[in-house]
Design a protein around this ligand. Structure first.
Ligand SMILES: [Zn+2]
Length: 303
């Protein structure tokens, strides 16, 4: 066993040395000669960056504010999608992005189909018929699906170059281990909550609910700018009252009026739950999800 370890260590260091000497012999690739990956989703961009680890240039077209669903592309952003070696749309998240991606004949990897996607009515309640048949794009709010996505995306990224193929063998298991830890943290932390119902305005948390045995009551549908009817608001208030909901969750980038109306009617507080749709410069996916977990623990009275 010890001998095996020494042998492995020797082989690993030889491989590293071999890698170094190759890199030294080749001219150092300029960033424009690296393969390019373009996505419109913050979480997919985080995943692509973590997995490619410098072997490719990752461009995230997610807007830095406002509504990620209503992404409008500039001419240069459209060109960057068309020119990219790998484009990773999330079907249904951004119609503008999807439309340009669909016009490419190759280099498009639509990840949602592979991740056991939920349809809108899987988690919407009676009002879900408006979204009948639509897939819910927000898969990244389930870290288990993100782990699956890491495997699928890694296989695509490994095709971009020999350097990427080497990187992916190391980065994918490392990212998946991080996501496994995050999943465990959610499961442990949410095991003992007195409420399991999350009342939200933007119905982005179906996958989170699916992963951790929570119930989402959404007011405004899949699109954060959706305006609920007075009848729908009343319906949600009655339902939430009957379930003894102890908080309303909203996100920092949407109009807070709906959440405030609900919170006032239910006489509960408002907490932030981030759908992780817009670009974030300061935090990574894992820490943003941990912040969400803190919010959930507080809003659901988890001991
Ligand atoms: Zn959304």
């Amino acid at each position: 066993m010890v001998l095996m370890k020494i042998l492995l260590a020797f082989l690993t260091s030889s491989l590293i040395l071999a890698g170094c000497s190759n890199a030294a012999e080749d001219s150092q690739p300029a960033s424009e000669s690296l393969p390019s990956i373009v996505t419109g989703s913050f979480a997919v961009a985080w995943l692509a960056s973590s997995i490619s680890d410098g072997c490719a240039v990752v461009t995230d077209l997610a807007p830095s504010g406002g509504d990620a669903h209503d992404l409008e592309l500039t001419a240069s952003q459209t060109a960057s999608i068309l020119d990219a070696d790998l484009v990773v749309p999330v079907d249904g998240l951004q119609p503008a992005f999807d439309a340009v991606a669909e016009s490419k004949s190759s280099g498009v990897f639509d990840i949602l189909d592979l991740l056991d996607p939920l349809t809108a009515e899987d988690h919407a309640d009676e009002d879900g018929h408006e979204n009948h048949g639509l897939l819910d794009p927000h898969f990244w709010l389930d870290p288990k699906r993100v782990s699956d996505a890491a495997g699928f995306l890694g296989a695509e990224i490994s095709k971009l170059s020999a350097d990427c193929a080497t990187k992916v063998e190391v980065t994918v298991p490392a990212v998946q281990a991080q996501l496994e830890d995050l999943t465990q943290e959610f499961e442990t932390s949410l095991a003992t909550c007195s409420s399991r119902t999350i009342v939200v305005s933007h119905e982005a948390f179906g996958y989170l609910a699916d992963a951790f045995n929570l119930e989402q009551i959404g007011v405004a549908g899949l699109d954060p700018e959706g305006e609920p009817s007075a009848a729908r608001l009343k319906e949600v208030i009655d339902l939430a009252n009957s379930l003894g909901v102890s908080a309303v969750f909203t996100e920092s980038t949407v109009n807070p009026d709906v959440a405030q109306t609900l919170a006032d009617a239910l006489e509960v507080g408002i907490l932030t739950l981030d759908p992780l749709e817009i670009a974030s410069v300061s935090k990574d996916y894992i820490s943003l999800m941990q912040t969400n977990l803190e919010s959930l623990r507080s809003g659901l009275n988890c001991s």
